[in-house]
Design a protein around this ligand. Structure first.
Ligand code: PEP
Ligand code: CO
Length: 451
C-alpha cells in the first residue's frame, strides 16, 4: 500500500536534476511568493483535457504536443507566441483533415523553462561552469556569474507563463483560430514551398466544405466549434518546489491539481519509480505524461502505469516514447503488449526528437529530418502490428525560419546550421519542416491502415 500523498511528500524522496541554489532562504522566499499568486489554470480545464485525452486513448482522437525545447526570457513577444500557435494550428488542420479525427492540441508553452542536463557542469574552453538549466534557473551565457541559480527567475517564469497563456487564450477564443482563416495562417516563407502549396490546396478544400455546409442550410456562423479551439499548456515538471507552490486544492472536487499547466510530464532523466518526480505527479489530478527511453523495460513501464494511474483512468497517463529511429519498433512492441494486456488505457505518443540528436561536423547539436520521420514510421508500424492506436506526436518546433534541424524539403545542410541557429536548448523543426512533418505523419498512419 502506497504511503499517503501530499503536495510536499516528494520531499522525502530523492529528487534528481534540482539546481544548486546558493541561498536557500532566498529560494524559500521566492516559492512562498509564488504560492500566494493565483493559479495559472483551473482544475476544470485539466479535467476537460483529460477527457479529450481519454478519447485519444480509445483511438477516437489524436494528440499534437509541440513547442520549444526551452522557452526563453529573451524571445518573449506577441509575434513569437503567435507564430508558434500558427504552425501548431496548421499542423492540427492537416492532421484533422487527413486522419478524420479530432486533434487535441497541447503546447510545450507557458511554463517550459527548466531543463534537465546530462552533466551538472560543462567545460567552456578550460573553465568548468555549472550547466545552463533553462531561464527559470540561470542564464545561458558562458560566464560564472550568469550560471548562478537565481530564485528570482522562478518568479519571472511565473509572470511570463501568465502573459503567454493570456495571449494564447485571446488568440484561440478571439478569432485567430477561426477555420475561415486557414489560409491566413501561412507564413510567407512557407507559402511558396511545396509543403506550403500542399497546405493551400487542403485549405481550399476546407473552404469548399464550409461553403457546402452553408449551402445545405447549416448555420456555420453561430457554431463556435468552427471559430474557436482549445489549446492546452504543458511542460516538464522538473523543479518540484515551483510545481508544489502552484499545487492547489480544487474546491469542486477536493482533489489536488498542479495549476502551473494543464498537463505535466516526467522527463527521461527523472522517471525513477521511487524518485521525487514520480511521487509528486502520482498525486495531482492533472493528465500527466512520462517519457519512455530506450533503457525502459516492459516491466518498468508497467510499474510506472500502476503507480501513476492505478485507477486506470483513460487519458490520465500519456506514455511518450523516445527510442531512436533504429530501435523504436523492436523496443516498443513488447511495451505496447504488456501495457495493453494489463488493461491500462494510456495515450501512446511518439517523441521522434530526443533520441535522434547528434553533434554535426560544425559542432552544432542537430537532428536529421529523415531520422525524425523514420522514428515516427517505426512507432506507427509497432502500433499497427500490436493493434494499438498511435495516439500522438510530441515535437520541438518553432514557427520561424530557423536552421537547427538538418534536411527536410529545403534540405538544410550541416554548413547552414549557423545561419539561423536560435534555440536556447535543443534544435527545433522550422515552420516548413513542421508542416511537412504533419503531412508525413498523416500518410504514415493512413498507409499502415490505421485511419
Ligand atoms: C525534452 O523534452 O526537452 C527532454 C529533455 O526530453 P527527455 O526527457 O525525453 O530527454
Ligand atoms: Co528538448
Amino acid at each position: 500500500m502506497a504511503k499517503a500523498w501530499t503536495p510536499s511528500s516528494w520531499q522525502t524522496h530523492p529528487a534528481s536534476q534540482q539546481p544548486d541554489w546558493p541561498d536557500p532562504g532566498h529560494l524559500e522566499q521566492a516559492l512562498k511568493q509564488i504560492s500566494s499568486f493565483p493559479p495559472l489554470v483551473f482544475a476544470g480545464e485539466a479535467r476537460s483535457l483529460e477527457a479529450s485525452l481519454g478519447q485519444v486513448a480509445a483511438g477516437n482522437a489524436f494528440m499534437l504536443q509541440a513547442g520549444d525545447c526551452a522557452e526563453s526570457f529573451e524571445a518573449f513577444s506577441a509575434d513569437n507566441i503567435r507564430d508558434k500557435l500558427r504552425v501548431i494550428l496548421q499542423m492540427a488542420v492537416v492532421l484533422t483533415y487527413s486522419l478524420g479525427v479530432p486533434v487535441v492540441k497541447v503546447g510545450r508553452i507557458a511554463g517550459q523553462f527548466a531543463k534537465p542536463r546530462s552533466t551538472p557542469t560543462e567545460l567552456v574552453g578550460d573553465v568548468e561552469l555549472p550547466s545552463f538549466r533553462g531561464h527559470m534557473v540561470n542564464g545561458a551565457s558562458a560566464t560564472a556569474a550568469a550560471r548562478v541559480a537565481d530564485p528570482e527567475r522562478l518568479v519571472q517564469a511565473y509572470h511570463q507563463s501568465a502573459s503567454t497563456l493570456n495571449l494564447l487564450r485571446a488568440f484561440v477564443k478571439g478569432g485567430f483560430a477561426d477555420l475561415n482563416r486557414v489560409h491566413a495562417w501561412t507564413q510567407e516563407f512557407v507559402a511558396s514551398s511545396p509543403e506550403g502549396q500542399k497546405y493551400e490546396q487542403l485549405a481550399a478544400e476546407i473552404d469548399r466544405a464550409l461553403r457546402f455546409m452553408r449551402a445545405c442550410g447549416i448555420d456555420t456562423e453561430s457554431n463556435s466549434r468552427l471559430h474557436e479551439v482549445d489549446v492546452f499548456t504543458s511542460h516538464e515538471a522538473l523543479l518540484l518546489g515551483y510545481e508544489e507552490a502552484l499545487t492547489r486544492q480544487d474546491s469542486t472536487t477536493g482533489g489536488w491539481y498542479d495549476c502551473s499547466a494543464h498537463m505535466l510530464w516526467i522527463g527521461e532523466r527523472t522517471r525513477e519509480l521511487d524518485g521525487a518526480h514520480v511521487e509528486f505527479l502520482r498525486g495531482v489530478g492533472n493528465p500527466i505524461g512520462c517519457k519512455i527511453g530506450p533503457t525502459s523495460t516492459p516491466e518498468m513501464v508497467l510499474e510506472l502505469c500502476e503507480t501513476l494511474n492505478h485507477a486506470q483512468v483513460p487519458g490520465r497517463l500519456t506514455l511518450i516514447s523516445r527510442m531512436g529511429a533504429e530501435h523504436v519498433e523492436d523496443k516498443l512492441r513488447p511495451i505496447l503488449r504488456i501495457v495493453r494486456s494489463a488493461g491500462h488505457p494510456v495515450v501512446w505518443a511518439c517523441d521522434p526528437m530526443h533520441a535522434n540528436t547528434y553533434t554535426a561536423v560544425s559542432g552544432r547539436k542537430t537532428r536529421n529530418f529523415d531520422d525524425i520521420c523514420a522514428e515516427i514510421g517505426g512507432f506507427v508500424r509497432a502500433h499497427s502490428a500490436e493493434g494499438t492506436w498511435p495516439g500522438g506526436i510530441h515535437v520541438e518546433l518553432t514557427g520561424d525560419d530557423v536552421t537547427e534541424c538538418i534536411g527536410g524539403a529545403d534540405n538544410i545542410l550541416d554548413a547552414q546550421l549557423d545561419d539561423r541557429y536560435q534555440t536556447v536548448c535543443d534544435p527545433r523543426l522550422n515552420g516548413r519542416q513542421s508542416l511537412d512533418l504533419a503531412f508525413r505523419i498523416a500518410d504514415l498512419i493512413r498507409t499502415n491502415g490505421l485511419a
